[in-house]
Write a protein that binds this ligand. Structure first.
Ligand code: ADP
Ligand code: MG
Length: 261
């Protein structure tokens, strides 16, 4: 499972973590009805930091990262993104969403739009970027994810790995300062996982602040500054990758690692 990017030497020269706080989560709690899904989450993410979030299915990983761009609403505690607090204030939500890109397990491309149109839609309608400029931006990011030649095709004509790279390019077209990934390779065939991880490594090398829910522990070892382990709605343990994998502290982390490694 962890062999996919081992042939790539990760360039950490620009992967500096700054003192600036990108995301500050304080005593955050969330319920789905009566179900207490997130319990007292405290997490500070520095600008330029790359965090991998691991944990068993149902532990609240998706819910936590979805709270960061308000796809889910928390009920208690505080989430501050780039200095703006997530509250019911719609202006704040719009601001944060324009700074935080998200990439899901299922790519969620618009099937009736071409790859290029998928990438230009939000910049044109949300940012009011003129069409020509939006297209230039889209081509720039399609080149970055190595599929500029697919620009005029429809999503259904592309492989899963290509579609996921389009989804990443589409997010980048909004020029986010933070990228959230929720199991971006889980729905892909093994031979396509590497090309998507490669794209994510490139983003990491360029200094993007990233939170990635993933089971790709090779990626975590090579790219993450910190691995966070969640279980039953709580952050149970967090550490730099070497320590996390070689010297896990809690029994729950040890059990999890013994099952996936
Ligand atoms: P993970 O991503 O770690 O697998 P999730 O955040 O998706 O976990 O889910 C955490 C828990 O919350 C699970 O028990 C799940 O069944 C529950 N859950 C997720 N979404 C909803 C929802 N919309 N309504 C009610 N329960 C939910
Ligand atoms: Mg999930």
């Amino acid at each position: 499972m962890s062999a996919e990017i081992q042939d790539r030497v990760v360039d950490r020269s620009k992967m500096n973590v700054s003192d600036e706080v990108a995301i500050q989560i304080t005593n955050m709690n969330k319920w789905y009805g009566d179900f207490h899904v997130l319990r007292d989450i405290n997490l500070t993410v520095q600008r330029g930091e790359r965090i991998v979030i691991a944990g068993p299915s149902g532990s609240g990983k998706s819910t936590m990262i979805r709270c960061i761009n308000r796809l889910e609403e928390h009920q208690k505690g505080q989430i501050i993104v780039d200095g703006t607090e997530l509250s019911s204030d719609l202006k704040n939500i719009d601001k944060i969403r324009s700074e935080v890109g998200m990439c899901f397990q299922h790519f969620n491309l618009f099937p009736h739009l071409t790859i290029l149109e998928n990438c230009t839609l939000a910049p044109m309608w949300v940012r009011k970027t003129p069409k020509k400029e939006a297209e230039e931006l889209a081509m720039h990011f399609l080149e970055k994810v190595k599929i500029p030649d697919q620009a005029n095709k429809y999503p259904g004509m592309l492989s899963g790995g290509q579609q996921q790279r389009v989804a990443i390019a589409r997010s980048l077209c909004m020029q986010p300062r933070i990228m959230l990934f929720d199991e971006p390779t889980s729905a892909l065939d093994p031979e396509m996982i590497k090309e998507v991880l490669d794209t994510m490594v490139t983003l990491a090398e360029e200094g993007m602040t990233m939170l990635c829910v993933t089971h790709e522990m090779g990626f975590a070892r090579q790219v993450a500054d910190r691995v966070i382990f969640m279980d039953q709605g709580q952050i149970v343990e967090q550490n730099e990758p070497e320590e996390f994998f070689n010297n896990p502290k809690s029994e729950r982390t040890k059990l999890f690692l013994s099952q996936i490694l």
